[in-house]
Unconditional design. Structure first.
Length: 94
């Protein structure tokens, strides 16, 4: 079983993905390389804490080594699959 990637996201980017206005993410590949057809869970992070809101996105494509993008970063083409709110924030580790 492939575990999803888990990352923090600021409220402005969270809202843009949720509304469908944003279909990509620029992410540093410092933990592992992102792969197409995997999932990324984006946890809204505001004021130094998790809000409990989560986006589940499919990674459709991964773009690396693009001119103007620093080495070690990737642009992820994403599709929003699900948005939900966790009742309990405690124990969320990212």
């Amino acid at each position: 079983m492939i575990l999803p990637y888990k990352r923090k996201i600021l409220p402005i980017h969270f809202e843009n993905i949720l509304s469908g206005n944003k279909t990509f993410e620029l992410r540093k590949e410092d933990r592992e390389q992102f792969e197409p057809y995997h999932f990324i869970h984006l946890y809204e992070w505001s004021e130094e804490k998790f809000t409990g809101r989560i986006l589940v996105c499919s990674i459709l494509a991964v773009h690396r080594e693009i001119e103007g993008i620093e080495k070690g970063f990737a642009i992820l083409s994403i599709r929003l699959d699900r948005a939900y709110t966790e009742n309990e924030n405690e124990g969320v580790s990212i």
